[in-house]
Ligand binder design. Structure first.
Ligand code: ZN
Length: 565
């Protein structure tokens, strides 16, 4: 049939009769299929949510596939209802149901079809597409057509009708600012961009994409770590040297090492250093943070999984044990490992073999284990959160990494090397730090340890201006001043002294008490003595005096009450 000479669509009365509202039991039927009357705005909200979380590409795929599934189902009705009509009228079931379902108004422009030879050419005009309407409302006028679910429907319907893949494309779309949408349908292989087009109709697991990316990130990270390693283990403090010596001694052996220490002390760096010092240095170093992976995924991450072993496992996957074969596996925050995974880990350590989830085949692995924790593991064992037998296997060679506040001498060299690293990373000149800045860093308690220092230095590098040294206030903006030091309004580091502000309030107090400077001094001395419960040496230290000076002042001030000795 040629273009523009298509007969009008047949009456849709036969289709309307198929729709039953069975409100009493909460169901709507289209022939034998359950339907749902849903707000276009609700689908719009879902679309918006998806666009923002997984992006347009993936959202388009989801909607296209959902539409395809609907079209396929409606195609089953065509022969059932109009089996005796002309091919054109039979085919028209799809466009007419699409209209009844409220998706879009369809006007056929071209219809050539031969079920025997599989020939198909179709062109339709679409008006009032719900999809173009909501998409344009939420995202504005688009460069590419947006009637994804509708295109999915047309493709699903026609493919099922013809018994071969027929795909549609929009050649104009209201979503792009056109007056109406226009679609063209052809057998898949006749499209020059068939492969790209077909990709929207195929399932693709976002989860496995993410997992693949994770693996890539990991191997990339491994590639850049040698540079990192040099700057990683910097230290000259006694506490550092003691820990490093333990590590160096363990490196050439196969002993399982347990790295303990507070959060942020750099356990992974120590683990990498151990690996680099060992005979496994040219084999993989694989790290996994047991606290960062959901409990239901940790086993497949560690031991691998066969396709279909759990929801979302779409392909056979090697676990970290297999990937670390011949090298070192670093299990960070091992105290967070769920009990079930602990039991499996114990078996792997004992037998030197892993079994992927969903598989009965054992694979030999040769892996050196390094574990790390910031927990009190003995307490975890007592509380039943960690298996005692696994703990004894792991706690063969514990190394305690000291917190940064016990490594005062390391702060400056660490900061210097971080400055260099971050300057390189952020493509900035390496900034200078003022002495005040270093002074403030030495006086700070570093509750977040090396990681906190790293964050601070990185921030300073990013904020640094050319030819301008980084000062204490750049490092500690909005923070409580480091112990024993503060930053004055000029940005200079001052050791705690009465500032201008304090003097003003002191002056006010002298005026208020009416006893002049002597009265204030007396009150201060008494407060110091009472706060130290009569310990004169301690009271003197508090006031910055010697004990003799304090005794003298206490003795020489008439009219005071005798302090407790
Ligand atoms: Zn459109």
């Amino acid at each position: 049939m040629a273009k523009h000479h298509l007969p009008p669509l047949p009456s849709d009365a036969d289709l309307r009769r198929l729709i039953h509202f069975s409100a009493g039991d909460g169901r709507i039927w289209l022939a034998g299929q359950r339907m749902v009357l849903i707000h276009a705005a609700a689908l719009g909200a879902l679309r918006k949510e998806l666009m923002e979380s997984v992006g347009p590409q993936q959202t388009r795929r989801y909607f296209t596939r959902a539409g395809f599934a609907a079209g396929e189902r409606d195609a089953a009705l065509a022969r059932q209802i109009r089996g005796k009509s002309s091919l054109y009228d039979m085919f028209a079931v799809g466009p007419q149901l699409h209209m009844l379902e409220g998706a879009v108004q369809v006007t056929p422009l071209r219809f050539e079809s031969d079920v025997q030879t599989g020939h198909f050419q179709g062109e339709f005009r679409w008006d009032h597409s719900w999809e173009a309407e909501v998409h344009k409302r939420d995202f504005g006028v688009q460069e590419v057509p947006v009637c994804w679910m509708l295109i999915g429907y047309a493709s699903g319907y026609t493919s099922a009708f013809m018994g071969r893949p027929i795909l549609y494309k929009e050649t104009s779309c209201v979503g792009c600012g056109d007056g109406h949408c226009h679609i063209v349908g052809r057998p898949q292989e006749e499209w020059p961009d068939a492969e790209e087009l077909a990709s929207y109709f195929k399932p693709e697991s976002l989860l496995s994409t993410i997992q693949d990316l994770q693996t890539q990130v990991e191997s990339l990270r491994q590639e850049i770590t040698p540079v990192d390693n040099k700057s990683a283990l910097i230290g000259q403090s006694e506490a550092f040297k003691a820990a490093y010596e333990l590590l160096r001694t363990a490196a050439p052996t196969q002993v399982t090492v347990l790295l303990a220490g507070e959060t942020g002390v750099g356990k992974e760096r120590f683990a990498r250093a151990l690996h680099a010092l060992s005979s496994r240095a040219d084999k993989p170093f694989v790290a996994i943070n047991c606290a960062a992976i959901p409990h239901d995924l940790i086993e497949s991450e560690l031991f691998g999984a066969e396709k279909g072993a759990y929801t979302g496992s779409q392909a056979n996957r090697a676990g970290r044990f297999e990937r670390a074969d011949g090298g070192t596996l670093f299990l960070d925050e091992i105290g967070e490992l769920p009990l079930q995974a602990q039991a499996k880990l114990l078996r792997v350590i004992q037998e030197g073999e892993v079994e992927r989830l969903g598989s009965t085949q054992s694979r030999k692995v040769d892996v050196r284990l390094v574990a790390a924790t910031n927990q009190d593991m003995e307490q975890a064992v007592r509380e039943g959160r960690f298996r005692a037998d696994l703990y004894y296997r792991i706690n063969v060679y514990p190394v305690l990494i000291p917190p940064l506040r016990e490594r005062h001498d390391d702060i400056e060299p660490l900061a210097q090397s971080m400055l260099e690293r971050f300057a390189l990373l952020h493509n900035k000149p390496r900034p200078m730090l003022t002495d005040h800045a270093f002074d403030a860093m030495r006086n700070y308690a570093w509750p977040g340890n090396v990681r906190e220092l790293e964050n601070l230095v990185e921030r300073a590098v990013i904020l640094s201006k050319p030819n301008q040294a980084v000062d204490a206030r750049d490092l500690f903006p909005g923070m409580t001043p480091p112990l024993g030091a503060s930053v004055n309004p000029q940005g200079e580091l001052v050791h705690r002294r009465a500032s201008t502000m304090d003097c003003q309030s002191l002056l006010d107090q002298i005026q208020n008490c009416g006893e002049g400077l002597d009265g204030l001094e007396r009150a201060l001395l008494q407060e110091a003595v009472s706060r130290t419960k009569g310990n004169l040496s301690a009271a003197a230290r508090l006031l910055g005096l010697t004990r003799a000076q304090l005794s003298y002042r206490l003795g020489s001030k008439p009219g005071r009450e005798d302090p407790q000795p």
